[in-house]
Design a protein around this ligand. Structure first.
Ligand SMILES: [Mn+2]
Length: 465
């Protein structure tokens, strides 16, 4: 399939609309996608309203207005066309910009969608915010400033994770944006918090890859930085972004040497990171990955609109609210991580599991699981069960693993999808991070099944090699 004619058709549909409702998902990619479209549409002077939903399901579909507006679905819709059909939304009132696996509706209604998965290899790692940006750019070349949000959405959806950089069409978007002065791409150590975290915390939190002697040991990181003269003393708290190129070089070669001396692979030690020169230094808006966390914090704590306001340029009240939410988000995740480590996990042959009951919102258990995993047995993927507020009959399952396990054949998305379907639930996600909803009561059998499936994945991979 060709993307250019599809994008042109999407643009026409937007231009000919009298009013538009943008319906989007609440994660960073969803918020970024909606913001790109909202801004591009407002610039065309077409009236537009925005609706955010946690998931498109029979209940949330009621939030979509019954009017003649164009329903523009971003970062969702492709997989829920059955619901659109059921709600009798006419196809001429629908436009879907998505990258999730599409499912045809049972009665064969043809909804028009630009879905990244339809256009071959270059678009495989392109999130909804990537597709939305291509549409916006086609509406008006002056929309190039929205490339920033497109990169935030893609990074938020982990599109840069596997290759330690964005790839395909999204890498082109980043290069083009760099030429236009919207962003700066820099090769950095593959850590999180490059703009806001003290460098020693950045390094000691690094778990992909694990840096021998440094990961999990902030004090050792301080000593190393002092020894190298990058920190003036042990109370220093410069960030990675504060370093001058020469310091980056020295630090990089020092850590590389340390990895090699310990027989560790250095392949994932560096990654391309995307900085936004127009944002204030030392704020989370300064690079794509921290910006995405801020949007995720807003979405997961039920204030996606605040995130969208920040995307639209608000640096006043809404930004302060988002900052507050980000701090809250991080502290609850830290608490959850400690809870997991203190309570301890149950080890199975191929995975480890824990049930957090109703102690933490199901929207963040996955993130906490990922963080806890770096301090647990890294060889075994972690599976966390949690109750879902307002849905007493449903259990949320979150799983996390690391690149190492993925290379050994682990695919969490496959395991959760097939296990969930056995128990009448539903799963989704990526090979490295996935989730599922299952009916309450089958938890133990479900864990046993997932363990079996992961074991089989590892065996199949060993036999292939
Ligand atoms: Mn997405």
């Amino acid at each position: 399939m060709e993307i250019v004619p599809d994008i042109k058709r999407a643009v026409e549909r937007i231009r000919s609309a009298e009013k538009i409702t943008v319906i989007s998902h609440i994660d960073a990619d969803g918020i970024a996608s909606a913001s790109i479209m909202l801004q591009a549409i407002k610039r065309e002077c077409i009236p537009v309203v925005s609706v955010f939903v946690r998931q498109l399901e029979p209940l949330t579909i009621q939030h979509i207005p019954h009017d003649n507006s164009l329903k523009l679905f971003t970062d969702l819709g492709s997989g829920q066309q059955n619901l659109l059909e059921q709600a009798r939304i006419p196809p001429e009132q629908v436009l879907i910009l998505d990258h999730h696996i599409a499912q045809d509706p049972p009665n064969g209604t043809r909804y028009f969608q630009v879905n990244a998965q339809q256009y071959g290899e270059d678009y495989k790692k392109c999130s909804a915010a990537g597709i939305c940006y291509l549409v916006a750019l086609n509406m008006n070349p002056n929309n190039y400033d929205l490339a920033k949000l497109s990169i935030v959405g893609n990074v938020g959806d982990m599109m840069a994770r596997e290759s330690c950089r964005l790839v395909g069409i999204v890498h082109w978007i980043a290069e083009d944006a760099e030429r236009k002065g919207v962003l700066t791409a820099r090769t950095c150590l593959n850590c999180y918090g490059l703009s806001t975290r003290a460098l020693h915390l950045c390094l000691s939190n690094c778990d992909d890859p694990v840096i021998p002697g440094i990961s999990g040991n902030p004090q050792a990181a301080v000593s190393l930085l002092c020894k190298m003269g990058i920190y003036a003393d042990e109370h220093d708290n410069r960030t990675f972004e504060d370093l001058i190129p020469n310091e980056v070089k020295t630090l990089s070669s020092q850590i590389t040497e340390q990895m090699i001396a310990n027989g560790e692979d250095t392949e994932r030690l560096f990654s391309e990171q995307y900085f936004f020169p127009d944002e204030i230094e030392h704020t989370p808006l300064r690079n794509a990955s921290e910006y995405a966390t801020m949007l995720n914090a807003c979405g997961r704590w039920a204030i996606p609109y605040i995130g969208a306001a920040v995307c639209a340029g608000d640096r006043g009240a809404n930004y302060h609210e988002a900052e507050h939410m980000l701090r809250h988000h991080k502290s609850i995740i830290r608490e959850l991580c400690e809870y997991i480590l203190e309570t301890g996990v149950t080890e199975h042959s191929a995975i480890q599991s824990i049930h957090t009951g109703n102690k933490y919102p199901d929207t963040i258990v996955g993130i906490g699981a990922g963080l806890a995993l770096s301090k647990l047995n890294r060889d075994k993927p972690i599976l966390i069960l949690s109750e879902v507020s307002d849905e007493p009959e449903i259990i949320k399952v979150s799983m996390r693993t690391n690149e190492m396990a993925v290379r050994r054949g682990v695919n969490l998305q496959e395991a959760l999808c097939s296990a969930a379907s056995i128990f009448g639930g539903e799963g989704g996600g990526h090979n490295i991070a996935a989730g599922a909803y299952i009916p309450k009561g089958c938890e133990d059998d479900f864990i046993r099944k997932v363990n079996e499936l992961i074991e089989a994945q590892l065996t199949a991979h060993t036999e292939k090699c």
